[in-house]
Every structure is written in structure tokens, then in C-alpha cells.
Design a protein around this ligand. Sequence first.
Ligand SMILES: [Fe+2]
Ligand SMILES: [Fe+2]
Length: 220
Amino acid sequence: MITFEQVKANPQIHQFIKQSAEYLKDIGYTDHGFRHVGIVADRAGKIARNLKFNKIDTESSKIAGYCHDMGNFLGRTYHHYWGGLLFHQVFNQDDDIKQVSDIMEAIVAHDKEDIKIMNKVSAAAIIADKSDVHRSRVLARRPDKIKADIHDRVNYAVKDNHLDVYPAKKIIRLSLTIDEKFSQPMNYFEIFTTRMVYCRVAAEYLGYKFSLEINKFRLA
Ligand SMILES: [Fe+2]
Ligand SMILES: [Fe+2]
């Protein structure tokens, strides 16, 4: 079994993530570096633990979360495909091929909205990734340009962000605290509706309901 620790310690994976973060910084995107992938890995792990995934799927969820954006340095548009294929360049014939292909599938699925979710690892990675909206994603990038870009404004407005899993009620809830000085909750919807729909589809795959709460107001 490939472990999360092993992936984090791998110099090639490290370089791909670092280089992707630099690439996206250069073209003006929000943070996609070690901060983002660290949070996504943690969250995917939290979902896996709460939903009692087996050991290998739990490790794979964290790994997919950590590696999901590492293909960006080869171009943004197909970064999910590059990421999946890069993973196989590093972990291949000596590794558990079922685990490798599940992780590849999850990396591709995170940004391919028309894909059919076929494993738990993909569902966990998608929810973990799409729920990471926070002002630190902008601050890490381009604090001077916040007002100009709606993605930046919405991300910047999010002061607090929690993802909670309630196994008894079968609910996964994203709770956001938005500073309305920077963005109205309505702007959030303009930008993030697709992401939230994707979270809902992924949660449903896991047999859960996805719930969204903004400034203590429950919207779903
Ligand atoms: Fe991505
Ligand atoms: Fe991401």
C-alpha cells in the first residue's frame, strides 16, 4: 500500500506541487500550493475516517487530496488529466495498481464535472477540494488585486470555513462566515454554484446530504 507519508516525502511529487503553485501564481490564480493541497488532504482524510472507509481508501483519499492539483504546471485546462498521469509516472509497477488507478481516477474527477463518480476516494477528494474557500487563498497570492476579481473578492470575504461530518444524520456540512464588507452571499452563489452542485453529487455518492451554511443561515 502507498501511504500518505510516502507520497509527501517523494521529491518528484513535491516538485510538481511546488512548480504548479508557481505556475498558477504567475497567471494570477488563488493559492493552489502546499497550503491548499494540505487542507484538501486533511479534509479528505476527515471524510474518510468519519465515513469509516477501509485503510487503503483512507490513505488514497488523503493522497488524492494532496496530489489533485499537481498537474497545473503542464497547463491549467487539462491539469486534472496531467495530475492523474503524473501520479502513475511516480507510482507504477511496484505498487498496488488498484490503489494507483483509484487515485488517478480521483485526481481526474476533481475537475471534470461531467465525470461519473465511481469510487469513494474521488467523492472524498472532490468535497475536500471544492469546499476550500478562504481569504488566505488570496492573501497567499495577490493581496493588491483583491477588489478587481470576483473570485478573489469572494474568497477574501470568507473569514472562517469549517467542514463537518455528521455520520448519524448522514450530513456533510460546509459552514462559512462571510464578511459582507467584501462580498455579499449572493456573489458567493454566482461563483460557487457549480462547485456546490459538485459537492452535492459527491456527497450523494457517499449516501450523504451536502449542506451549506453561510453566516449561520442554513441554505441547504
Ligand atoms: Fe484543480
Ligand atoms: Fe484544488
